[in-house]
Write a protein that binds this ligand. Structure first.
Ligand code: G4P
Length: 521
């Protein structure tokens, strides 16, 4: 499809978002229900079958299948009620949170899925921090109502107190677990009842008042709660929702597909379409601008073992992509002709002919892109802000087991580092390579991929936890270096110390009060 006219109308239809949650809260299950609602799949239970071993759409890497975890972010697209939904999947495991953080820089809103029995869990809290920092509108789905969980009021309190965001319930559960009767849809003023065989009965509140069925205590309790919320709860404030200061809260059960459609219907109304992006020079780039612009938020090699491709995923911020357009990569100054690929729901690489602001596409990459690159068709300089990099906490030395295979070793290390899988450092005194990661699994994936994709067996010598601090200024030769404060350089040739522990850090700081040590995110 070619989109030439009405760019504005098309942009308005985009909803680009990601789901954040703690593992097992139900992210995959709700994603499946979304795909079902968008007619992408016919039956739920096909995206990921941890126990059933069914075809796993986002589990394309062997290691993912082995561990039953999702390592990579993928993009799912579907149409729903006139909207084009771009759902960016994020890895559930906390060792890959760096990838998730980068993905969150490419979305316009986020959905937080919470297990009603567990409330706010560690990983949700971490990811929430990122959405809050970026002011991303956040929608909350409290899941697993078909099981006994915490009291709904307590869950709302927990969201507000633990995360420091206002909650505004859009619907309210009627009972829970075995006694889960459905929800009171507060915005639509009706009851949505959970009937056998996945049927739903809608009862307008005006009718429910005179219906004997609803005299039962379980309904009366829900009515009382909603009255209390209306009287004493927060008022809905779309301006606060738009900047992530208030989160609309929905209750439901992803597994039984109850409340998911209600959620989606409201979500597409409330979630923002792509809006202005600001570049480093504080230029406001309108999504409807006729010049195409985008940034790379993810690079992934070898997604399909049959084609050893490297794909750079871009988020389009303005204008329209058409196959074959020429763009400038602002970092390298190179002009590039774009050919695209999407990794669609069935795992095949389909060519995208056209895509517009808000869309995510994959570009075939021969080493032209790095994470954070800006590409655009305009004449004026345009650079989108850099993506967050994290201070790694775990380190190990790395070398090729077979010294004869240096070429494939270096190729593999460089490619995996440019994908952001691990961070690479060079010891200043010896030139040795050191890898840094946020979590141990990153090293395991690195080792696995080096063998499988680059035929290079690597030896990792653990250095354990270190505290990384960057040096302000470049005259690093003047600084002391020892095993307790190892001087290394990152891939940008910036100097940093890897301190053995907090003691070593404070000792160094006391000794060199004038040296400024910088911590990244
Ligand atoms: P995740 O992607 O956030 O890690 O969670 P996922 O959807 O894989 O769900 C984790 C477990 O919770 C799964 O069970 C799933 O069936 C269950 N679950 C998700 N939503 C609901 C819900 O609304 N109600 C109930 N009762 N359970 C829910 P599992 O036994 O660990 O895996 P599986 O064998 O079902 O795949």
């Amino acid at each position: 499809m070619k989109i030439k006219k009405n760019l504005n109308n098309e942009v308005k239809k985009r909803r680009t978002f990601a789901i954040i949650s703690h593992p097992d809260a139900g992210k995959t299950t709700i994603t499946e229900q979304f795909l079902l609602a968008g007619n992408v799949i016919r039956t739920a239970g096909t995206v990921k079958g941890k126990k059933t071993g069914k075809f796993a759409q986002s589990d394309w890497m062997e290691i993912e299948k082995k561990r039953g975890i999702s390592v990579t972010s993928t993009v799912l697209e579907f149409n729903y009620c006139g909207c084009k939904i771009n759902l960016l999947d994020t890895p559930g495991h906390e060792d890959f949170s760096e990838d998730t953080y980068r993905t969150l820089s490419a979305v316009d809103s986020a959905v937080m899925v919470i297990d009603a029995a567990k409330g706010i869990e560690a990983q949700t809290k971490k990811l929430f921090k990122v959405t809050k920092e970026r002011g991303i509108p956040l929608f909350t789905f409290i899941n697993k109502l078909d099981r006994e969980g915490k009291e709904p009021m307590d869950l709302v309190d927990e969201i507000e107190n633990t995360l420091g965001i206002e909650g505004y319930p859009m619907n309210w559960p009627i009972g829970m677990g075995k006694n889960f009767r459905g929800i009171y849809n507060i915005t639509k003023n009706r009851l949505e009842l959970n009937l056998p065989q996945n049927k739903i009965e809608m009862v307008p509140l005006t009718k429910a008042k005179n219906d004997q069925r609803f005299k039962e205590a379980i309904y009366q309790e829900a009515f009382a709660d909603v009255s209390l919320l209306k009287e004493a709860g927060n008022k809905f404030d779309s301006a606060k929702v738009a900047v992530g200061e208030q989160t609309p809260i929905f209750f439901g059960s992803a597994l039984t597909n109850f409340g998911v459609k209600t959620f989606l219907d409201e979500f597409i109304q409330l979630a923002p379409s792509p809006s202005v992006h600001q570049d480093l020079a504080k230029q406001n780039i309108d999504p409807n601008d006729s010049e195409f612009s985008a940034f790379v938020f993810k690079i992934q090699a070898n997604m399909n073992p049959h084609h050893r491709d490297r794909i750079a995923f871009i988020r389009i911020c303005s204008g329209e992509f058409t196959k074959g357009i020429e763009v400038k990569n602002e970092r390298s100054g190179k002009f590039l002709k774009l050919n695209s690929s999407t990794i669609n729901q069935t795992g095949s690489n389909d060519q995208v002919e056209a895509a517009i602001a808000g869309d995510i596409i994959g570009l075939f990459d021969n080493g032209n892109y790095q994470i954070g690159d800006t590409i655009h068709t305009g004449k004026k300089e345009l650079v989108y802000p850099p993506l967050p990099t994290f201070t790694p906490e775990l380190f190990c030395r790395v070398r090729a087991k077979n010294v004869m295979k240096q070429k494939s070793y270096h190729k593999g290390v460089n490619q995996l580092v440019s994908e952001g899988s691990v961070q690479l450092f060079k010891e200043v005194s010896t030139g040795d390579y050191i890898l840094g990661a946020v979590g141990q699994l990153q090293f395991e994936v690195f080792t696995f991929r080096m063998i499988n994709e680059y035929n290079s067996e690597v030896e990792l010598i653990p250095m354990g936890k270190r505290i990384a601090r960057w040096l302000d200024g470049s005259k690093a030769e003047e600084y002391d270096s020892s095993s307790r404060n190892l001087l290394v350089q990152d891939i940008h040739n910036d100097y940093l110390f890897l301190f053995e522990n907090n003691f070593a850090l404070s000792w160094y700081q006391d000794k060199h009060p004038k040296i400024k040590l910088i911590k990244k995110l």
